[in-house]
Design a protein around this ligand. Structure first.
Ligand SMILES: *Cc1c(COP(=O)(O)O)cnc(C)c1O
Ligand code: SF4
Length: 448
C-alpha cells in the first residue's frame, strides 16, 4: 500500500465541503445572531463574496465565542462592512423576496462604488511581449514576477477583509488571470528579462489548483536557469491543510515540491496565517512537516486586521509557533483602504506599536519578519517607528521594495498622525514631498 492509499483510507469524511451564501442563515443562527442581523449579513454577502468550508467551521471557529471569535470574523461578513443604506436596501429586497435579477443589480451597483483594484493594478505593471499585454502577469519589482493562473483564482475560504473579491464574484471587467498558454508567454517574457530571479504563482490561492494543474505551470519554469526561486502563494495551510495530507493529490503535490527542489531551485511557500489558532490543529502541524520534508521553505505573512489579529500577543504567539514548526516569519502587512473600507483598518501608529511589542518579545530567529508594510504604488513602505527629530514628532519610514531600486532602504519621514491608516493620509516631514511619489504602479495583493 502506498502512502497515498493510506492517506485516502484515513481521510474518510475529510473531503472538502464549501459553505456559501445558501448556508449563511443557518451558520449565523449558530453564531447566535438575531433574525434582523442575519438578514443584514445576507445582504452584505450579496455584494462581497462569502465562502467558508467544513474544516474552518468544524475545527477552527470557536462557536461559543462567535460572532466575536476572530476566526469567525475571518471568514464571515459583518453587517457594518458596507454603508448602512446599501445594506438596508438589499435587505429590503431579500425580505420581500424580490427577483434574483433585481437583487443582483443592486449588489452590482454597490460593488462598482467600491474600488477592487487600487493603484491601477489592472493597467499598470502588465508586461508586454511583441506589443501584446500578458494576461495574469504582473512585473513590478525587478527580481520578481507575479503569475496568476486562471485555475488559481479562488480560495478554500474567503477572508472577510480581502479585496480580491472582483476575482471571485464574476464581474468580468475586473478579473485578471492567465490561461494555460499563459505560462509559455511567461517563459518567453522571462527569457527576455534575465533580471527576474523569482516567480510567485498566486491567486486567489495557488493551492486551490490540483497537483496536475499546478505542475503544468511549474514545470516549464524549472528549465530556466535564471530562476533562483519558485514561490507559491497560499492560505491553504490555514484554511485547508488537508490539501497536503489527506487530499487525493497530496502525495503528487509533495512530489512536485520535491521536483522543484531537486531541479536546484528554492521552493518558497508564501503562507498566509492570520491567527495563532490556524497553527494549532494537528493536521496543520502535519501539513507543515510534510511540506518541509520536501525541502521547501515556508515563509509566513498576513495583514494586520482590526478585530482579528490587532494585538501584539497574537503576533508574538504566531511567530513563536511558526519558528517552532520550522517556518520563517516574513511580512506583517497593513490592510489597504479598499473594498470593505476602514472596517478592518488599524492606524499606522497602533500597527507599529503592535509590531514592535511582538518583535521585542521573540528571539532573533523570528526577527526575520518585516513590517508593518504598506503595498503602495511606489513600493512596500515600512513604518519603522515614531521618533522625535529636531523637536518634531514624526514617523520614520523606508521602502522595503520599490519599483525604482534606487529608493530601496532609504529612510524618510512623515508628520506624526495617530489617526493615519495609509500612506495617503501622511504628510512629508522635513521635505515637501516623499521620495516616491512620481512612480506609477500597482499594489500587491493583501494576501501575498
Ligand atoms: C511584495 C511583492 C512582491 C514580493 O516582494 P518580496 O519583498 O521579494 O517578497 C512581488 N511583487 C509585488 C507586486 C509585490 O507587492
Ligand atoms: S486574503 Fe488571500 S486567502 Fe484570503 S480570500 Fe483573499 S486571496 Fe484568498
Amino acid at each position: 500500500m502506498t502512502v497515498t492509499d493510506t492517506a485516502q483510507k484515513t481521510s474518510a469524511g475529510r473531503g472538502f465541503r464549501a459553505f456559501t451564501a445558501r448556508h449563511l442563515d443557518q451558520l449565523t443562527a449558530r453564531a447566535g445572531l438575531p433574525p434582523a442581523e442575519r438578514l443584514a449579513v445576507r445582504a452584505v454577502a450579496e455584494v462581497l463574496p462569502f465562502r467558508t468550508n467544513n474544516y474552518v467551521v468544524d475545527e477552527l471557529i470557536d462557536w461559543s465565542a462567535a460572532p466575536d471569535d476572530p476566526i469567525y470574523r475571518l471568514t464571515f461578513p459583518q453587517k457594518d462592512m458596507l454603508p448602512e443604506e446599501d445594506v438596508d436596501h438589499i435587505a429590503g429586497l431579500l425580505r420581500r423576496d424580490a427577483p434574483r435579477r433585481e437583487i443582483q443589480q443592486a449588489a452590482h451597483r454597490v460593488r462598482m462604488r467600491l474600488n477592487p483594484h487600487p493603484a491601477g493594478q489592472l493597467r499598470l505593471n502588465r508586461p508586454v511581449v511583441d506589443g501584446h499585454v500578458l494576461e495574469g502577469v504582473q512585473h513590478k519589482y525587478r527580481e520578481t514576477v507575479l503569475f496568476f493562473p486562471r485555475q488559481g483564482q479562488t480560495c478554500h475560504a474567503y477572508c472577510s477583509y480581502c479585496f480580491r473579491w472582483a476575482q471571485f464574484v464574476g464581474e468580468p471587467d475586473l478579473r485578471m488571470a492567465a490561461d494555460d498558454d499563459g505560462v509559455q508567454e511567461l517563459v518567453d517574457y522571462l527569457l527576455a528579462h534575465p533580471e527576474v530571479t523569482n516567480v510567485l504563482i498566486t491567486g486567489g490561492d495557488a493551492m486551490i489548483m490540483s497537483a496536475t494543474v499546478l505542475r503544468r505551470y511549474v514545470e516549464p519554469l524549472l528549465a530556466l536557469d535564471q530562476l533562483e526561486s519558485v514561490r507559491v502563494g497560499t492560505k491553504a495551510l490555514a484554511f485547508w491543510p488537508r490539501k497536503f495530507v489527506t487530499d487525493p493529490d497530496a502525495a503528487d503535490l509533495l512530489a512536485l515540491f520535491e521536483q522543484v527542489v531537486r531541479s536546484g531551485k528554492n521552493l518558497a511557500l508564501m503562507a498566509h496565517f492570520s491567527h495563532l489558532r490556524e497553527l494549532e490543529t494537528p493536521i496543520a502541524e502535519q501539513a507543515v512537516s510534510r511540506i518541509r520534508s520536501t525541502g521547501a521553505v515556508i515563509r509566513t505573512q498576513a495583514p494586520l486586521i482590526r478585530s482579528i489579529n490587532d494585538s501584539a500577543l497574537v503576533w508574538e504567539s504566531m511567530w513563536r509557533r511558526q519558528v517552532r514548526l520550522g517556518m520563517v516569519p516574513y511580512y506583517m502587512f497593513v490592510e489597504r483602504d479598499t473594498g470593505p473600507a476602514d472596517y478592518f483598518a488599524v492606524p499606522l501608529a497602533r500597527g507599529h506599536e503592535i509590531f514592535r511589542d511582538a518583535y521585542a518579545s521573540v528571539s532573533g530567529l523570528a526577527r526575520t519578519v518585516r513590517g508593518p508594510s504598506m503595498s503602495t504604488t511606489a513600493g512596500k513602505v515600512c513604518v519603522d517607528g515614531v521618533v522625535e527629530v529636531a523637536g518634531r514628532k514624526v514617523f520614520a519610514l523606508h521602502l522595503i521594495q520599490a519599483r525604482n531600486p534606487e529608493l530601496v532602504g532609504r529612510p524618510f519621514y512623515a508628520e506624526y498622525d495617530p489617526a493615519a491608516v495609509w500612506l495617503s493620509d501622511l504628510k512629508p516631514a522635513f521635505s515637501d514631498r516623499f521620495p516616491l511619489e512620481e512612480s506609477p504602479g500597482a499594489a500587491v495583493p493583501v494576501c501575498q
